[in-house]
Design a protein around this ligand. Sequence first.
Ligand code: HEC
Length: 491
Amino acid sequence: MKIKAISLSLVIVVITLACSQKTTVSAKDEIDTISNEAKEVMTRSSESISAARTPEANYNEFCASCHGAKMDAFVDRKWKYGSSSEALAKAIKVGYEDDGMPAYDVTFNDQEINELVQYIQKGITNVELYKFESESKDGIFETENLTIKLDTLASGMDNPWGITFLTNGELLITEQSGKLFKRSTDGTLSEISGIPEVKSAGQGGLMDIEVHPNLENNGWIYIAYSKPDPADKKQATTAIVRGKLRGNSFVDQEEIFEALPYSSRRHHFGCRMEFDNAGYLYLSVGDRGNRDVNPQNLDNHCGKIHRIFDDGRIPKDNPFVNIPGAMPSIYTYGNRNPQGIALNPVDGSIWENEHGPRGGDEVNIVKKGINYGWPVISYGINYNGTIFTEQTESEGMEQPIMYWLPSIGVCGMTFVNSDVYPGWKNNVLSGSLRFKYLERAVVKGNEITHREKILENIGRLRVVEVGPDGYIYVGVEEPGYIFKLTPLARS
Ligand code: HEC
């Protein structure tokens, strides 16, 4: 019945539009300014006013083109004119012509406007989910099924970006500014020398660090960083070097990956790394802020996840090795800025999480040759609230298995592959930079079936890993800390 009413009114609107002989306006182009023609198009005819209208139908018809089908433009916003019911009602009724917000006083009566206000207020409660009240007491956090104690392993760094574990219980920590630290088992931090020069600007710097699965025998340690262009230091790219530790020096260095092209933009470098069970190295490169060129074209490395051998060679069965002009290391494309990659211990699959723009952080399963759609499809919108795509799905483009709206600034990812935490085995953990917590998600096959926010207010959570001892370690920034999570018995 409801559907019928909506489609009936749609028909009426289409007819009205067709008869009005005005050009219909694309919401994309019209976001900043609104022409008089458009205003007329948005004014409802007397016939459709007589049809029963839900606020949902009104929203979809009159507002969604500019404010997003899922209220994306409202979900996350800093209200310009206030968030009270009165302020919203006023905006709708009289508009803000100079800003491009049309007036709807000729379209809706007061009751309809009030219903729309309520509809919007209900729709944006999403962001309220992240307003945590709780502060932890003495580093103790209660979760659904465990009490967790936090121990500080290291502090004093600025922005710890990546952590990994040596075979003797020592910990390696990258700091974004370009320093690498080793934490000895007695807690002392020493700086490792011989690290390549990094361009530490914007989101770049020293990034992920990973050890070879066979570290014990070959000593290889992998470091991802933003590498300055030797010919033009204003430009940088994501590169991966491997080397070995001799005392406190990083030696025997070999560059095994360099993303092309270099760019002077300072964001979306990626770069997380993970080995799978067969020994392939997966690594992410962000779109480098060039979303319209990079992610959907195979002739560059950006906006992709790559698969290479441990020494940088290209596997012959990579999906695009036989396509002329395509970068042979590409394993998936249409990615925006993946900030977490993790090996699923149950089936050996590789998972990733990546940043959407405003809204639309995603979790994906990394599958050979797949296009994840950025920026053609997205659940997000531009940071300024404008829409860049109305498509959330399209043929030939993979849907995320989960997305966050609003964006949590997802960062770091790992599966709990140990028995240390009763009830958490094979859960996937993702950090939130923006809302400062860790998300625990229960995985059944290819689905996430339950999610819990833990470690609320812990700090901007950059990295989460499970060590060889089965314990979870997290790194937060501003100020930098590395914590170890210990489950306590519940009385
Ligand atoms: C043509 C595009 C467009 C359409 C259609 C549109 N708006 Fe807006 N709206 C804007 C712009 C632009 C602003 C200015 C605020 C901003 O910069 O985001 C705005 C502002 C608002 C505000 C005030 C936000 C604040 O920050 O205080 C509200 C509330 C609002 N719109 C509700 C609606 C509702 C409800 C509808 C449908 C009946 C609607 N708008 C239709 C473009 C549009």
